[in-house]
Write a protein that binds this ligand. Structure first.
Ligand SMILES: Nc1nc2c(ncn2[C@@H]2O[C@H](COP(=O)(O)OP(=O)(O)O)[C@@H](O)[C@H]2O)c(=O)[nH]1
Ligand SMILES: [Mg+2]
Length: 365
């Protein structure tokens, strides 16, 4: 099954070190009924760094000297909706998987998160595009609904014009390659960097596509923002700082960057003082409030041990804080009801599955 280290000329003409995944690698890439984000891309494109900064809260600078990984690794995000992140080393050859293995890996609720180093040489950029298209072809053959997300990565502090230009260039290359290889898949592009919140924005958008409750949460937050005369509200996962939902208004990256720092700060306070303020009754005592320089106020409110709501409003609204507090309490109660309902539904599904399994086993006896 394995062709370790062998140099192979792919059909499209690019060279790579072929190395099929071992059964342990495949085991690590699959999971039962939990949405999965499969991080794929050439070596040194930035996959492990992304997971280290988002899932393990490492500093971006701490990723400079990461050892190249050779085996698949996974991280389980345990939250209101569990998500599996899978780091697949660039040396593994997924294009030549058997159909059964491809179905195991790419079947179910899955997104391919293909990471491209946008600052590398033209040759590696073009290898990336070819690898992206051949993996998308393999995956879409077994799962036509698979989400193909492309991270145009390592664009740290360049101008918006430059980033747009690079994104268009990759879109054109992928289009040309898709045409040549008769590939019919829709790709979504995200410009990202681990040095700012763009990686959190991209991964939040990707996981929202996989979590069916996101639209319900979004409707609840939009209603809350409208009634409280707020600017923005986020339902944030407390360990990764990714957001499961945001109100329907446009996202302001500067505000979201502050939201991330604020959640970091609140979590540090909890750790240092060993305060268990999550899930308490009052909106501000179950979290905190901070007034920023530019006339904005942020209220953090814990919903349960996994998620909190961060609400941003103008400081002119501070004299109406009681209305905001009241609305936050109502929002917390509704979110909790939605989560309890979701839990019940999953339990019923589990029970039905167990009953069917027992019936099937009995009929075999
Ligand atoms: N400038 C910059 N460097 C990055 C970024 N993300 C990752 N890197 C660097 O890219 C190198 C390779 O990253 P790594 O995560 O090991 O790549 P992998 O082989 O795809 O897992 C490391 O030195 C990282 O510090 C980014 O957003 N910007
Ligand atoms: Mg790696």
């Amino acid at each position: 099954m394995q062709y370790s280290g062998e140099q192979v000329m792919a059909p499209s003409g690019y060279m790579y070190s072929a190395n099929l995944p071992t059964p342990e690698d495949i085991e690590c890439m699959i999971s039962n009924n939990v949405p999965r984000l499969l991080f794929i891309g050439l070596k040194r494109s930035g996959k492990t760094s992304i997971l280290n900064t988002v899932c393990h809260q490492k500093s971006p600078q701490g990723t400079f000297h990461l050892d190249g990984s050779t085996r698949v690794e996974r991280f389980e995000l345990l939250s209101i909706c569990n998500i599996t992140f899978v780091d697949i080393p660039g040396s593994l050859d997924l294009e030549r998987l058997s159909d059964e293995d491809a179905e195991l890996i790419f079947g179910g609720t899955v997104a391919i998160v293909f990471v491209i180093d946008a600052m590398t040489s033209d040759r590696l950029k073009s290898n990336s595009v070819m690898k992206l298209c051949s993996i998308a072809k393999k995956a879409s053959a077994v799962n036509p609904n698979i989400n193909c997300e492309v991270l145009i990565h390592k664009l740290d502090s360049q101008t918006i014009q430059f980033k747009t230009q690079i994104q268009r260039m990759f879109e054109r290359h992928v289009q040309d390659e898709s045409y040549e290889t008769k590939l019919d898949v829709i790709f979504t592009y995200h410009v990202t960097s681990i040095f700012n919140c763009s990686i959190h924005v991209a991964l939040s958008k990707i996981l929202q596509k996989l979590v069916p409750q996101s639209s319900t949460f979004e409707a609840l937050l939009s209603n809350f923002v409208e009634r409280s005369d707020s600017i923005q509200a986020y339902l944030v996962d407390l360990s990764s700082r990714l957001f499961f939902a945001k109100d329907s208004g446009a996202l302001d990256p500067d505000v979201y960057e502050l939201v991330i720092h604020y959640v970091d700060l609140m979590e540090d306070i909890v750790k240092q003082q060993d305060l268990s303020f999550r899930g308490e009754e009052s909106a501000t005592s179950g979290g905190g409030l901070v007034e920023l320089d530019d006339g904005l106020v942020m209220v953090y409110s814990a919903i349960n041990p996994f998620v909190g709501v961060v609400n941003v409003f103008r400081s002119s609204m501070l004299d109406r804080l009681s209305i905001i507090e009241y609305n936050i309490k109502a929002l917390r109660a509704t979110l909790q009801e939605t989560l309890d309902y979701q839990e019940q539904q999953q339990e019923q599904l589990r029970q039905r599955f167990q009953q069917r399994r027992q019936l099937a086993l009995r009929s075999l006896e």
